[in-house]
Design a binder for this molecule. Structure first.
Ligand code: NAD
Length: 485
């Protein structure tokens, strides 16, 4: 690892509460590991229930002032945060790579998305408007959009910096105060972002980070009676638990959960775009992407040729440390490596040996080869369950009807990709497939501006775009009788 990269990270981090680094109630520390070397990067404080309580109390106080600041002023501070993230882009990208494992090029892209997110919601802060509703000559009626108060943000380990920004930026823009619980494996980016926001003028107490365990800090935060909304991004099982505890307090809930998304290739597809989309869809971030295109559905006529080309491309991917900007980095943790290897074993039992890959790389680090299983039927576990690794399943279809049926044949509904030059077919597919995002001729198409969220078991609510402001505001209706003279 380069000297420059090591310099990106401090040795020890406390919690970030009330605009400063603070020790946790206990001396216990989390060890944050570099998944490419298995060496320790830093230690981080572990928030207890009392620490979380303090963060929520501080946020509640800060909210009372922030809420009364002009929307334009809130927007200016968010613009400054965006600029600060861009100024620190290289260092933040190195931190994302060091703690998560992804290649530097991908990490730079995610940090830029985080900056763009603050910029986007900075522009929205002073455009959060109500409506006037015509009733009769007796009344004047209008609505006001008010912030909720303290918002909780539970962030997973796969894209820690961008997913932090994804919900925190609209929450702050709308006038709320945030408390963030980053994943145990990847808390550094969140702690760095909170410090950077404070450094450029975000008032103390508006953005707090309580690192630690999901079962303690996470549960204390999402079940806190003073928290008015919970945005959870993570696995479906934890999401349901978090949703139930938030509902106990009648908090708003957004759940961004898992996926098992299809990538569908028709014979008339642009061959190069389809190959590129399938490779990017499953091997970006070593497949640790909620919206990964983890099920390839390919027309039976082109199956042999397409899989041969795909296997060549996937085999040519250079797997190595993200800090060296390899094409694909390691998985993020030891535990997750074990889960992915277990699914590869299940795949061998269900579908036979993979076309390529299937093994862990020798040496240090949690590296797994790009892996493709062919002849997968939709009833197999590897076709139904989220593996969250560089493991692609391949199935064939005979016609458009079967492609749509297979695309819909899981409990998830996060995204779906289609490659075809037939415009009518692409839009019929978009209409018939139950997914929150449809990608036509490019995987991961869209951006900060486009709504993102899941159908079916993939979640509740939408992030990104103008409508994310709905997650962090409540509507007040004001109705006046003006008939008394
Ligand atoms: P996870 O559910 O294990 O953990 C997510 C977060 O929840 C972590 O910060 C964890 O500490 C916290 N947590 C755990 N138990 C908790 C509890 N009882 N109360 C409150 N918080 C708790 O998920 P993960 O393994 O970190 O992330 C991978 C999953 O996230 C995948 O399923 C992936 O598809 C999903 N994901 C979804 C999206 C999306 O936008 N839909 C984006 C990224 C990841």
């Amino acid at each position: 690892m380069s000297r420059e990269a090591l310099a990106a990270v401090s040795n020890q981090y406390g919690l970030w509460i009330d605009g400063e680094e603070q020790p946790a109630e206990t001396d216990e520390q989390l060890s944050v590991l570099n998944p490419a070397t298995e060496g320790e990067l830093a230690t981080v404080a572990i928030a207890t229930e009392n620490d979380v309580d303090e963060a929520v109390r501080v946020a509640r106080d800060a909210f009372e002032t922030w809420n009364r600041q002009t929307p334009a002023e809130r927007g200016r501070i968010l613009t400054d945060i965006a600029a600060a993230i861009r100024n620190e882009k290289e260092r933040l990208a190195q931190i994302e790579t060091l703690e998560n494992g992804k290649p530097l090029t991908e990490a730079r892209g995610q940090v830029e998305r985080a900056a763009r997110h603050f910029e986007y919601y900075a522009g929205i802060a002073d455009k959060i408007q109500g409506e006037s509703i015509p009733l009769s000559e007796t009344y004047v009626d209008y609505t006001v959009r008010e912030p909720l108060g303290v918002t909780a943000h539970i962030v997973p380990w796969n894209v820690p910096i961008y997913l932090f920004a994804r919900s925190v930026a609209p929450a702050l823009a709308a006038g709320n105060a945030a408390v963030v619980k980053p994943a145990r494996e990847t808390p550094l980016g969140a702690l760095e972002l909170a410090q950077l926001a404070t450094d450029v003028g975000l008032p103390d107490g508006l953005l707090n980070v309580v690192s630690g365990h999901g079962s303690e800090a996470g549960a204390a935060l999402t079940g806190h009676p003073e928290v008015s909304s919970v945005t959870f991004t993570g696995s479906d099982s934890t999401g349901v638990r978090v949703g139930k505890s938030a509902i106990e307090n009648v908090s708003e809930v957004v759940l961004e959960l898992g996926g098992k998304s299809p990538n569908v290739v028709f014979p008339d597809a642009d061959w190069e775009a389809a190959l590129e989309g399938v490779i990017t869809g499953i091997f970006s971030n070593a497949g640790q992407v909620c919206s990964a295109g983890s099920r390839l559905l390919v027309h039976e006529e082109i199956h042999d040729e397409f899989i041969a080309d795909l296997a060549d491309r996937a085999t040519a991917l250079d797997v190595g440390p993200g800090i060296d900007d390899a094409d694909m980095g390691p998985l993020t943790s030891d535990d997750h490596l074990e889960e992915v290897l277990e699914y590869i074993d299940i795949g061998r039992q269900e579908a036979g040996d993979p076309v390529i890959g299937g093994d862990r790389l020798d040496g240090d680090g949690y590296f797994v080869e790009p892996t493709i299983f062919d002849s997968v039927t939709h009833d197999m576990r590897i076709a139904q369950e989220e593996i969250f690794g560089p493991v692609l399943t391949v199935s064939t279809f005979a016609d458009e009807e079967e492609a749509i049926e297979l695309a819909n044949a899981t409990d998830y509904g996060l995204v779906a990709g289609i490659y075809t030059e037939n415009v009518g077919r692409a839009h019929r597919f978009a209409r018939e497939v139950d997914a929150g995002q449809i990608y036509i001729n490019e995987f991961f198409a869209g951006g900060n501006e486009t709504p993102f969220g899941g159908f079916k078991q993939s979640g509740i609510g939408r992030d990104n775009g103008v409508q994310a402001i709905d997650n962090y505001t409540q509507i007040k209706n004001v109705c006046a009788n003006i008939d008394h003279r």
